[in-house]
Every structure is written in C-alpha cells, then in structure tokens.
Design a protein around this ligand. Structure first.
Ligand code: ARG
Length: 300
C-alpha cells in the first residue's frame, strides 16, 4: 500500500490506523423540501430576524444533497412541507426512529411545535405508530444512536427527563451529554456518527466498530470525559470545523456528506479511510442548520 503524506491538521491522541475497507450500509432517509424555508424568528445564535434567505439557492443546495444521497445508493423519502413552518426542512428534529419504532418530538420553541403533527401524520400514513414524548425533545437533533447506546444531548432543547423517556421507550442505554456552548445548541451540531457499528454486518467485510467525530469544547467537562472513555479513537474536530457545520454531517459508514468549509475535518476523515462527499448547505446555516439537520434516518 502506498504511504500518503500526512496533511497538516489536528490529530487525535490515539489515531485509528487508516483502513481502505470502510463498508457503507444503504440508509433510508426522511427529508422535507425547503419550499417554505426562511428565517422568521431567532431561536439559536445563528438566526437573525433580519436575515435574507435566498430560497432558490436554498432549494438548489438541498436538491444537491438529495441527489448525492441517491447517487450513493440511499433511499430518500419526503414529508410534504407546510406553509408557515419555516424550520420544517430540518427533518432530524421531528423524531428518532430505531428498529422501526418512532419516538416523536415535542419542540422547545412554540413556533416549531406544529411540525410534530405534520411528521406524525406522515409516519402514521406510512404504517408507523408514533410515541409522543411528554418531555421537551427534538428528535435526532439531540438523540444519536451509536453502537449499543443512544447519546442524548441536553442544555438548550431536549431535557434530561426526555432522556429517561427515550431509555424507557427503546430499552437502550441512553447517555446524557451536557452541551455548554449556545452555538452548538443541538447534539448534532457538535457530534456525528462515522460508523454506527452495523456497517459490514451484511458480509461486505468492512469494520463494524462504532465511532464518532466531535468537538470536545461544546461539552461540559464530565461529558467530554464520557465521550473520551467511550470513543477513544474518535475524530476530534476544531472549533473552526464545528463552526463550519462540519459536525452536522451524515455518514453511511464510508461516505461522509460534509460541509466543504470543514477542511481540517475533511483531511482527517480522508486519513482514516472515509470518503468525504462535500455538499454546501450555506443558506441553511442562517437558520443554524446543515446536512444532518435536514436528514432523518429511518432505522428499520
Ligand atoms: N432553526 C432551527 C432551530 O433552531 C434549526 C434546527 C437545526 N436542526 C438540527 N438538527 N440541529 O430549531
């Protein structure tokens, strides 16, 4: 195997050896077309009430993402957008679906609450039952399944009480992580799953170890330590990569759909044997969202 020169950039203390045999697993993604996408209120530090959104550009960026998913073998389904719900494009926030069981959302911001009903209607029409949480909970924005766990963010949106509800509902150990930086108000802005542990289970011979990438400073000291213990080989991102929405990425175990400006992260992923697929969702950054926010995974 030829040896590649090591590009400059942050290197985690215990790097995983590069592996050329990363196996992708085809996914089923749920999205919502940004027909009514806009910034009309400010519920996170990225949003400005006077922001100008270019809807045409937003639509073409979003379509590029959908095409990239399909080109890499993934199934994409779509919830019809609703007028008056400018954040509905952020499908990740609507639910967490694991083993075909749907844990719905209960939004923190009153402006977003009607989105839950729109998504629930889609799930019910598609044949799923939907559990409606009592506690404030923003779906995959704060709930991230990886290996034998569900990582669960709190601090800005989803509450600790919701983490308990998640654990009771799925029977999966749910690990609370405290977010401490308002720019990273959802767990999926500070952490993403590179491999959830199921890749290669179809006999393709890939690695099956679960792993993540994250920005440690977004987390409290204790939560940082938890992540360090659980994922000693994680990819550690810089603030620059995190502010470029680099951690709001989607991985199929091999291809990583990632914001192009997260260049340090892209270099690290390449060194680890992943294949970055840059997709620019800059218009959505004005609302505090990126690739992962626009994507919910339906896990059967
Ligand atoms: N404007 C939306 C909000 O603040 C953005 C949601 C982004 N979604 C995500 N999964 N991080 O709620």
């Amino acid at each position: 195997m030829p040896t590649n020169p090591v590009p400059a950039g942050p290197v985690s203390t215990n790097p995983e050896p590069p592996r050329p045999d990363r196996a992708p697993r085809p996914r089923r993604y749920l999205v919502c077309e940004p027909r009514f996408f806009d910034v009309q209120y400010a519920i996170n530090p990225w949003m400005r009430e006077d922001a100008q959104v270019d809807t045409e550009l937003a639509t073409s960026q979003w379509e590029t993402l959908i095409q990239a998913y399909r080109a890499h073998g993934h199934t994409v389904e779509s919830v019809p957008p609703a007028a008056g719900l400018p954040d509905m494009v952020f499908a990740a926030n609507a639910a967490l679906v694991v083993e075909g069981r749907v844990f719905g959302s209960n939004f923190h911001a009153p402006q977003r609450r009607p989105e839950s009903t729109e998504y629930d209607t889609w799930f019910k029409a598609t044949g799923y039952e939907v559990y409606r949480p009592e506690s404030l909970c923003e779906g995959e924005g704060d709930l991230v399944p990886v290996g034998p766990y569900i990582l669960a963010g709190t601090g800005y949106r989803t509450t600790r009480a919701a983490h308990d509800e998640v654990q009771e509902f799925f029977g999966v150990p749910t690990i609370g992580l405290q977010l401490i930086d308002p720019y990273f108000y959802h767990l999926d802005t500070a952490l993403f799953v590179l491999a959830d542990g199921s890749e290669g289970a179809d006999g393709t011979g890939g690695r099956t170890d679960a792993n993540i990438a994250y920005y440690p400073e977004a987390f409290s000291y204790g939560s940082r330590e938890v992540l360090r213990r659980l994922f000693p080989r994680a990819v550690i991102a810089t603030r620059q990569d995190a502010m470029a929405f680099g951690l709001n990425s989607v991985s199929d175990g091999r291809h990583v759909f990632v914001a192009p400006r997260a260049s340090g992260l892209i270099d690290q992923l390449t060194r680890r044997g992943y294949v970055p697929v840059p997709v620019d969702l800059s218009e959505f950054h004005k609302a505090g969202g990126g690739i992962k926010c626009c994507t919910q995974e339906i896990r059967s």
